[in-house]
Design a protein around this ligand. Structure first.
Ligand code: MSP
Length: 513
């Protein structure tokens, strides 16, 4: 039994409806999962919702619902959005499910037994919005108001004083082992610049971490101590384990190949989580990747500004695939970027309507008008045939995909699309077809052959990014469906079910204003 490629997104808080930021991570993970499946690798793609803790308890109270009912409602909104966005996850975990709660308690007990979790006294500050503990020195009183504010510059909310007996995780014990792990596994932290921040942070020294709360009701009860609940981050991180806890699933999937997260929760995933796994004597994930953040029209999205971008609003106007494409093309994975309708519109018209959609409709129209809609034959064995050159680019694209450089991969694909357009422009086949010279007509037919078979390769490449477009495109170029795990060589050998003719359809991406 081969090991599955196990990839995850963060599990999202359900204190508010999903927005473009959540869609970003989930679509990126979906693209990677589809890419892997397309190469014949078994995949286990996990996402889900993070449903415990004070922040959720308060959000439920505000909406006047019992926390579980509130959680059911918002969690369902996340699930429905993933369906809408064509996200094909293999599992969706909720931290209120018994399979998860049981695992958290089992782990907590095991770590008490190993001495990694111990009883202590906590005195310090807590940010409910970030669900994060801060020491008095990390969060000094604000010189104007005297209030202690969350040190996270994107939060700055007032902190709560917490004074209580609770349980601690001996994180300090893992400073050395973590540094050794980072040093021995250069691919573990990515991208590099964020890895360097983690390294600097861990080198400063690690303090033990409070991992239970004495006065928070909405959470996983600490085993044997009903007055306490497990700290929501300790609970949440374990989702990656509880989702594959069954013996068979565990053997098939563990360790995770990549956790994809946003940069603001990188420390939890690159420091605390691996330390927890070390304490449990479990193999560590192979990679923890932190991507950047979207702002909207130059501003941070926030409740107070009310500027959350609802993915459904975008897809209503531009379609699901254009949205998926934009998210991954516009900013390099790992960097920050800005979302605006204007930038989406620009990319839509330039990359999708002009470069891509036009290419397809030109080729299909030319064949329809001049070749009676009949598909040009398969590539012959000439080793220098143009579609074969195109197919060879698959390697470079694969390299970008393995590095989670989605915009880089799309850059290569659009380079090919540009080249194909250039071939059409420079040879002007609409003239060649009308020529009385049979050699010119033959040249036009040859070009159509090159374009059609190159477009098949392009369809193969774009499927992970734009699954609906790939399906529509296949139909237009006379292919019913690609079989799974197709290599470019198989595409060129015509391994798919063909329909013998092209089927001209409406434009894939009609221009918009
Ligand atoms: N529940 C925790 C994660 C626990 S994982 C064990 C959490 N949830 S969250 O709802 O706040 O989601 C945070 C994640 O959503 C980010 O890490 C990122 O993946 C995504 N994003 C949320 N806002 C974002 C942007 N503005 N831009 C890009 N991604 C963002 O933290």
């Amino acid at each position: 039994m081969s090991k599955t490629f196990y990839l995850t997104t963060p599990i999202y808080y359900i204190n508010a409806a999903p927005h473009i930021g959540h869609a970003y991570t989930t679509v990126a993970a979906d693209v990677l999962a589809r890419w892997k499946r397309g190469r014949g690798e078994p995949v286990h793609f996990l996402t889900g919702t993070d449903e415990h803790g004070l922040k959720i308890e308060q959000a439920a109270a505000q909406s006047r619902q019992p926390p579980q009912r509130y959680a059911d409602e918002i969690s369902a909104q996340f699930r429905a959005l993933w369906t809408h966005l064509d996200v094909r996850h293999d599992d969706f975990i909720r931290t209120t499910e018994p399979r998860h709660v049981g695992k958290v308690q089992e782990v907590f007990r095991a770590l008490i037994d190993s001495g990694d979790v111990y009883k202590g006294h906590y005195s310090g500050y807590y940010c409910v919005s970030d669900e994060t503990f801060w020491t008095p020195t990390e969060a000094p009183p604000d010189h104007k108001t005297g209030k202690r504010l969350c040190p996270n510059p994107d939060c700055r909310r007032e902190l709560q004083l917490v004074e209580e007996d609770n349980w601690f995780f001996r994180l300090s014990r893992y400073q050395r082992p973590l540094l050794e792990h980072y040093a021995k596994n250069p691919g573990f932290l990515a991208p590099e610049h964020r890895g360097r921040e983690i390294l600097a942070f861990v080198k400063e020294g690690l303090k033990d971490l409070s991992v239970s709360r004495a006065n928070v009701k909405w959470g996983v009860p600490v085993p044997g101590e009903p007055g306490q609940t497990v700290y929501v981050w300790f609970d949440a991180l374990l989702n990656y384990l509880s989702a594959v806890a069954g013996k068979e699933a565990f053997e098939r999937s563990w360790p995770p190949d990549v956790h994809i997260v946003g940069k603001e929760i990188y420390r939890f995933h690159a420091v605390i989580w691996p330390a927890m796994l070390m304490a449990l004597r479990l193999p560590l994930p192979k990679k923890v990747f932190a991507h950047g953040w979207w702002t909207v029209d130059g501003q941070k999205m926030s409740k107070s500004k009310g500027n959350f971008v609802d993915p459904r609003e975008i897809t209503r106007e531009f379609g699901v695939d254009a949205f998926r494409f934009f998210l991954l093309r516009e900013m390099p994975f790992g960097n920050d970027g800005d979302f605006s309708r204007a930038s989406l519109l620009k990319r839509y018209n330039a990359d999708l309507a002009n470069d891509f959609g036009n290419l397809l409709s030109r080729v299909v129209t030319l064949i329809d008008n001049n070749m009676n809609g009949e598909l040009p034959s398969r590539p012959d064995s000439e080793s220098d045939s143009y579609p074969k050159q195109v197919a060879r680019k698959t390697e470079a694209i694969a390299e970008r995909m393995e590095a989670l450089d989605f915009s880089g991969a799309l850059g290569i694909i659009w380079g090919v699309i540009g080249e194909l357009n250039e071939r059409v422009n420079s040879q002007a086949p609409w003239k060649l077809f009308k020529s009385a010279d049979p050699a010119q007509v033959e040249q036009a037919r040859r070009l159509m052959f090159e374009l059609i078979w190159s477009l098949r390769i392009v369809t193969h490449w774009i499927e992970p990014f734009m699954p609906q477009t790939a399906a529509k495109m296949l139909a237009q170029i006379g292919v019913r469906q690609f079989p799974d795990a197709l290599t470019p060589e198989q595409v060129l050998a015509g391994a798919e079910k063909g329909m013998g003719r092209i089927h001209k359809g409406p434009p894939l991406f009609p221009r918009k204003a």
